[in-house]
Structures are given as structure tokens and as C-alpha cells.
Write a protein that binds this ligand. Structure first.
Ligand code: ARG
Length: 392
């Protein structure tokens, strides 16, 4: 793709300000950013990008100061867009403006179910070779949204759990680069996610940044071919990126850091293409479990939910019936989602050890029959000693 056919969408900071606190960067910064300086910094970024790509603009709107962070408009792939569903009510008013922009610009827009937060290209980043989509969860986007992305965009989704509230969006600590390089801050992720990153990106292509570079939003960078545009980088990081063949442009974005965003957040790449070379191998999985007993008294429900989260999964409590008397049992139904089959198996086996019952799955790869007696198999049950047998 030639430079001029690469497009970005931006929004001028006419109404930008820090008006509320929805991430740790905004704390203590209400109305502390300078409008003039913000305009000047945004203009610089805009002119760097227009020299290297085409920039489309969305009309600024009063009352939605974070509209400047267009990375959160939605996720784009080819001519399809998945519209963001903001986690915080403070940003939900931006959704109709972004939806209108996508529609007017010829995108087919997919809208997620209500109450399923997903914050667009802030939390979902395409591998620059187009092989898969990296998607973050833990703060703003729900893991369950990833299954929709995989379906609507027909792409393999690699889910990554964010652990550090300073890096609440994937693009604050993770930046896929040209030629399969990756710029990222490993401590922002849980250990399963780090393993997953290491399995997909060879060590010579992984460029891990220090905490100092991370808090200067070095990973919140715009990458156009060999060019990387960012707020600030240490000399060591510039050297490392230079060795990998990249040219760095630093452009100060301090006024936007006060709202928790920098270069990448202020842009949405609207030309993204996919190479369908990779079959979808890893998928998020969901199962429903039932827990019964003295759930509150024995802290069982807390332990079960903690175990799901610590095991890299996420949950939704579908039903909770508290027993009427202290000694009467409670009943909970919980939907468990995991980023892969392997993680689901680990979580499920721990939940079953705790006494949870897995409810029949919607999509089932085995036929269930009630047992007539203990230890008795159904009539047509076929047992073989030739093939390895697994018992679930
Ligand atoms: N104040 C905004 C928020 O907290 C900043 C968004 C930054 N965007 C990003 N893609 N990281 O939602």
C-alpha cells in the first residue's frame, strides 16, 4: 500500500478538556490541560501524519471531550467497522457520532449487544502483517466481545489480559509494528498473556520497554511502514528501534497524557487489510456452571469468581438465588469465558474440584445419555482399546 492510500481519522481538540476521571491519568488533572498547548500539539501530530498518509476529520462536538481519542471510535477491518460500546457512561455519548462517521464513509457497521463493552482500536490491534488481531480485556473491553470480533471480521483473535490500571487500553502498552516487530510493556499483562505473546512473536522481534518509556506512552505510537510517531522515547529505546530499521519522530503530547492518551489514541487507522493465510485456530470459549450450597457463608462464590479471573478468564453471573434461611443453600449460575480452549479446561477443572457443575454446552461434540445404573454404559456405547481414550 503506498503511503497516501493509508488513511487515518482524527478529531480536532476544539472541545477537548479533562472534565472527569475515568482512568488514573485523569486524577488530579481536571481542567489542568492547556487548550492552546493541546491545539498546538495536536496540530503538530496532524501535520506529521498528513505528510505520510491521508487524514480524514470528524467534526468535534461539545460535551464529549474525549472524542479526540478516535482510536476508540471502533475497530476497522477492510470496509467493516465494529462500533465501540464504551464502558464508562462519560464516553457513551460519543457512540452516535462515530457511528455516523463510519456510515457516511461507507463502512458496514456492526453494533455489539447492550452491556457488552468494547473500546475499539484502543483495545484491538491488528498484527501489521494482517495475520491476527490482538485484543485486550480486563478494564474497558469485556472478553465476551472478542467472540463477536472473530465472527464479524473472520479473523483469529488473540486475547490478552491487562493487569495494570495505568495501562487500561491495549494500545497504551502494546504496539504491533511493521515486519512482525512488537513494541510492548510486558508487566502490563498477566503471565498467560505474556506466554501467548512469546509464542506468537519471536524474541528478536519483541521490543520490551522500561517502565519509564511505558509511562511516557512510548507504546502508544503510530506506525506507518518504517516510521514510528510517539510522544517520547528514551535514547536506549530509540537506538533499539533504529537497529530494527525504524525512523522515530517524537512529538510532545503532554496535554493529552493528562487524559490518559497520546499519539495512537488520537488516531484511528481506517485502512486495514487482512491476509487470510491463517486459519482461525484459537477461539474464546464460554461455558455455564452451576454452584449450589452455602455459597456466601463459606465464601465459595468469591473463591470461584477469583479463580476464574486469576486463571485469565472472565465471568458473568447469570442467576443468583440466595437461600431464604441462613442454613438453606444458595444457587448461582455463572457464565465463564476464557481466551482459549486450554485456559477453559484449566479453569473448569478447578471449578469442578470446588463442586461446580458444568451445564451442557450449547454446541456439544458428544452425545449425552442418562445412565440407567451406576457403572452401566448405554447399549450402543463403543469401547476400544486401540485408540487413546480420554475421559471428561
Ligand atoms: N480519557 C480517555 C479514556 O479514558 C482516554 C482514551 C485514550 N485512548 C486510547 N485509545 N488509549 O477513555
Amino acid at each position: 500500500m503506498s503511503a497516501s492510500s493509508i488513511r487515518f481519522m482524527m478529531c480536532a481538540p476544539d472541545h477537548y478538556d479533562v472534565d472527569y476521571v475515568i482512568n488514573p491519568w485523569m486524577e488530579g488533572n481536571i481542567h489542568k490541560s492547556s487548550r492552546d498547548r493541546a491545539v498546538e500539539q495536536w496540530q503538530k501530530l496532524y501535520s506529521i501524519l498528513t505528510e505520510n498518509a491521508t487524514v480524514d476529520l470528524i467534526q468535534p462536538q461539545q460535551g464529549v471531550p474525549d472524542l479526540v481519542f478516535t482510536a476508540n471510535a471502533g475497530l476497522v477491518l477492510e470496509k467493516t467497522a465494529v462500533l465501540s460500546r464504551f464502558f464508562h457512561k462519560e464516553r457513551q455519548g460519543e457512540e452516535p457520532y462515530f457511528q455516523q462517521w463510519f456510515e457516511e464513509n461507507g463502512f458496514t457497521v456492526h453494533v455489539l449487544p447492550k452491556d457488552l463493552p468494547f473500546e475499539g482500536a484502543g483495545d484491538a490491534l491488528l498484527d501489521r502483517e494482517g495475520r491476527w488481531l490482538w485484543a485486550g480485556y480486563g478494564f474497558r473491553s469485556e472478553l465476551d466481545s472478542h467472540a463477536y470480533l472473530a465472527k464479524w471480521l473472520d479473523i483469529e483473535v488473540l486475547s490478552l489480559r491487562l493487569m495494570d490500571e495505568r495501562f487500561y487500553h491495549l494500545d497504551t502498552c502494546f504496539c504491533p509494528l511493521t515486519d512482525g516487530y512488537l513494541l510492548y510493556y510486558p508487566p502490563a499483562f498477566d503471565s498467560y498473556s505474556n506466554r501467548r505473546i512469546e509464542m506468537h512473536v519471536p524474541s528478536e522481534k519483541r521490543i520490551a520497554v522500561t517502565e519509564l518509556d511505558a509511562v511516557n506512552f512510548a507504546c502508544n505510537a503510530v506506525n506507518i511502514d518504517q516510521l514510528i510517531v510517539m510522544n517520547k522515547a528514551s535514547d536506549a529505546l530509540k537506538e533499539r528501534l533504529g537497529d530494527a530499521g525504524f525512523r522515530i519522530i517524537e512529538t510532545p503530547l503532554t496535554e493529552f497524557l493528562k487524559a490518559g492518551g497520546a499519539a495512537k489514541c488520537l488516531t484511528l487507522r481506517s485502512t486495514e487489510s487482512v491476509i487470510h493465510a491463517h486459519p482461525v485456530v484459537e477461539k474464546t470459549e464460554s461455558r455455564t456452571i452451576r454452584l449450589e450450597g452455602q455459597l456466601l457463608d463459606h465464601g465459595l462464590i468469591n473463591r470461584a469468581l477469583d479463580l476464574i479471573v486469576e486463571g485469565s478468564g472472565s465471568f458473568q453471573v447469570l442467576n443468583f438465588n440466595l437461600g431464604e434461611q441462613r442454613q438453606s443453600p444458595s444457587l448461582a449460575e455463572v457464565k465463564v469465558t476464557a481466551p482459549s480452549h486450554e485456559v477453559m479446561e484449566t479453569i473448569m477443572s478447578q471449578l469442578i474440584d470446588m463442586g461446580a457443575m458444568g451445564l451442557p454446552q450449547e454446541i456439544c461434540d458428544c452425545l449425552l445419555e442418562p445412565a440407567t445404573l451406576k457403572g452401566v454404559a448405554p447399549d450402543d456405547f463403543y469401547v476400544t482399546t486401540i485408540y487413546p481414550t480420554e475421559v471428561r
